[in-house]
Design a protein around this ligand. Structure first.
Ligand code: PLP
Length: 384
């Protein structure tokens, strides 16, 4: 029986985020702050562009890489972030998720070592495990920036082939600083390593300037970007993302993509094209709203004496619960049962996530207020 299915697949579990989300379904009166799904509607312009694309019967396969119009717009958008890729170096994928899997599949041979931060978005470890790669974790500091002492030591000892970089970060909300981007640049330049940079939340950076390892032109032969529109245009269910890489990588990524999905959905490609050309004001509006929500939730948690960093990107907060002396999954379970608020245990994001909880503030302030009121009341009754 054990050989009936892949051992690599048997050895992974479904995402802890989904697991917890499923538990929440049993508590219909619970307020759920679990998923990375903004509560904004897709901008009207994007909806109309997709309706128009259907009416014009743009429903056949596109080229494997996707429509050149959208790839050109992504190239322009990245240029505005000081990142240079031309349309031939961009492949449209079914969300960032397919992009990540394509990239790892194209890169990983059995037992190849892959450096993954902890805590991190859980798909990295699961993809690598499915592909038979070996995971090596690198630590983050208290402020969720890279622990460079640990990183440099581990690269020297383990000689990993690939390194995952993930900023703005799900689950911590941390972004990459200029100083840290320069430190990473030097490390990648000096070592035989490929950096996979997940920049899914690039459009949701709350700092004036965006920093990415992909901004260093002379690293281009060593860096691959995964990006997408799920969060940027609040279109998670429409499934569109992209990968950017130099030809030597892209040729292989393209094979995986082709045999896996042929192309991203044609209609959604036209929607994202319209979005990049015309809906950046909507993105700005959503980003500003996220900043208001962040500030609200942060001040509420601070008042409850949580140790919490101010997130500078994405829409997640990652408070510490270490002082409560309780495992994160237990904490979340009791909070759900007793206070009817659902959040995700930090342990869902790997070893480094234990001792934390992830709260998604993609919901409106009224909902955040009701959730914060419930948490506050529960904390007062249980811990005071
Ligand atoms: N990367 C990160 C860091 C994410 O948080 C997510 C989704 O939550 C993804 C990739 C996958 O994005 P998509 O929904 O476009 O597949």
């Amino acid at each position: 029986m054990n050989d009936l299915t892949s051992k690599n697949v048997q050895n992974i579990e479904i995402s802890g985020i989904r697991k917890f989300y499923n538990k929440v379904q049993k508590y219909p009166d619970a307020i759920s702050l679990t998923l990375g799904q903004p509560d904004f509607n897709v901008p009207d312009g994007i909806k109309n562009a997709m309706i128009e694309a259907i009416e014009q019967n743009k429903t056949s396969y596109t080229s494997n890489a996707g429509i050149v119009e959208l790839r050109n717009e992504i190239s322009n958008y990245l240029k505005s972030l000081d990142i240079e890729y031309d349309s031939k170096e961009i492949c449209l994928t079914i969300g960032g998720s397919e992009g990540l899997m394509d990239v790892f599949t194209a890169l990983i041979n059995k037992n190849d070592k892959v450096l993954i931060p902890t805590p991190a978005y859980p798909a990295y470890e699961s993809c690598v495990k499915i592909l038979g790669g070996q995971i090596i974790n690198y630590s983050l500091k208290e402020d969720f920036s890279v622990d460079f002492d640990h990183l440099e030591r581990i690269i020297k000892e383990e000689h990993p082939k690939i390194m995952v970089i993930s900023y703005p970060c799900n689950p911590t909300g941390a972004i990459l600083s200029r100083e840290d981007s320069i430190k990473l640049y030097k490390i990648i330049l000096d070592n035989d390593i490929i950096a996979v940079s997940d920049e899914m939340y690039a459009a949701l950076c709350f700092d004036d300037k965006y920093y990415s390892i992909a901004q260093f032109g002379d690293l281009k032969s060593k860096v691959i970007i995964v990006g997408g529109f799920s969060k940027m245009f609040s279109m998670t269910g429409l499934r569109i993302g992209y990968v950017c890489a130099e030809n030597r990588f892209m040729n292989e990524i393209m094979k995986v993509h082709q045999y896996n999905v042929s192309c991203a959905p044609s209609i959604v490609q036209w929607g994202a094209f319209y979005g990049l050309k015309n809906c950046m004001k909507d993105v700005e509006y959503m980003r500003n709203e996220f900043v208001k929500r962040r500030d609200y939730l942060y001040s509420r948690l601070k008042k409850m004496n949580f140790d919490v960093n101010l997130p500078m990107g994405a829409f997640y907060m990652f408070p510490s619960i270490k002082k409560f002396n309780i495992k994160s999954d237990k904490f979340c379970e009791v909070l759900l049962k007793e206070a009817k608020v659902a959040i995700v245990p930090g342990s869902a994001f790997g070893k480094g996530g234990e001792g934390y909880i992830r709260i998604s503030y993609a919901s409106n302030i009224d909902k955040l207020k009701s959730a914060a009121d419930r948490i506050e009341k529960w904390i007062c009754s249980v811990y005071n």
